[in-house]
Write a new protein. Structure first.
Length: 318
């Protein structure tokens, strides 16, 4: 799981600071909650511990985080079967509907959303979209084409970006489109990092159309993963999707100058981190079977330079 990119936009299955009081779902089994502000493998994009997050917004962000964390635990942690997970997610969905109608939701993580939703006029549809994506992960294991992946990202990644814009009172159409591009690109970058991890869970998020166009079938991909080295054809497919993610990131770069300064500064670093991961992926010749691209302290100067250059970076090939 990625521990390198940190920003106020959502990308599932990755690393983020978590408050010690955020308790995992009872459907999940595993270690006890982490100590305050300790990184765990869940969400990279919630600025819960970021000094850039205005104090007045922290309760709302923590409530959103806990909801998403709880839903992700139900969907993807522990040993519960798919039917049990789906029932847990349906219960959350019903709680959202009840809360939206003004009733008592009966779920603590949903009840905690009511105040922030009212105070900041947040749209309940974003929480429903997240749950739709979590439920989709229980039944969809392959994605036919780019449009199918886009649709998944629209619900798995984009909603929290939109929520953050609503919190900062910056949810204008241009900003929403830029946020969607960034969030979907972050999700795509994570898919590329986790091809091997996801395949072990019988999930392939690379569009099958891309794999087919590059001459890669599922048997070839499985063989490449077993031997720990991607073939030329598989590396070509990864390169195609890496370029797509980079172009999406840079389409969203205008957002850094269109939002409040603190959010814009944090955005600069999330974009810089994601672009750096894609550079590392290219340096590996797009072979994540041989090694997973990661960032370390030595990347600091490059990240600072890239952050400073945004949004002037060219959107073409790296």
């Amino acid at each position: 799981m990625s521990k390198q990119i940190s920003a106020p936009f959502y990308n599932r299955r990755v690393n983020a600071p978590i408050p010690s009081s955020a308790t995992p779902s009872p459907l999940a089994s595993g270690p006890a909650p982490a100590p305050p502000w300790h990184g765990v493998d869940h969400y990279e994009n919630f600025p819960v511990a970021s000094w850039l997050l205005p104090r007045r917004l922290r309760p709302a962000v923590i409530a959103i985080y806990r909801f998403a964390r709880h839903a992700d635990d139900i969907a993807d942690e522990g040993d519960a079967d798919a039917d049990s997970r789906d029932r847990g997610l349906q219960a959350l969905q019903q709680a959202l509907t009840t809360a939206e109608a003004g009733g008592e939701p009966g779920e603590a993580v949903v009840a905690a959303l009511v105040g922030p939703v009212r105070a900041h006029r947040l749209d309940w549809c974003h929480f429903h979209d997240l749950l739709d994506a979590f439920r989709q992960d229980l039944r969809v294991r392959r994605y036919a084409d780019v449009a199918a992946v886009d649709d998944y990202c629209r619900r798995s990644a984009n909603p929290v970006g939109r929520l953050m814009l609503e919190l900062f009172d910056a949810a204008e159409p241009i900003n929403l489109a830029a946020s969607d591009a960034i969030c979907s690109a972050l999700q795509r970058a994570n898919f590329l990092q986790d091809i091997v991890v996801d395949f072990a869970k019988d999930r392939i998020y690379l569009p099958l159309a891309t794999l087919t166009a590059c001459g890669v079938g599922e048997a070839r991909l499985a063989a490449d993963i077993r031997r720990g080295r991607f073939s030329t054809e598989t590396r070509r497919a990864v390169a195609v999707e890496a370029l797509r993610a980079r172009e999406q990131l840079l389409r969203g770069r205008v957002l850094v100058r269109r939002v409040p300064a603190r959010l814009g500064l944090e955005l600069r670093f999330v974009l810089a981190g994601a672009l750096r991961i894609l550079e590392r992926l290219q340096a590996l010749d797009h072979d994540v079977a041989a090694g997973r691209p990661t960032l370390g302290w030595r990347d600091g100067p490059a990240l600072l330079l890239t952050a400073a250059r945004l949004p002037r970076l060219h959107a073409g090939r790296p």
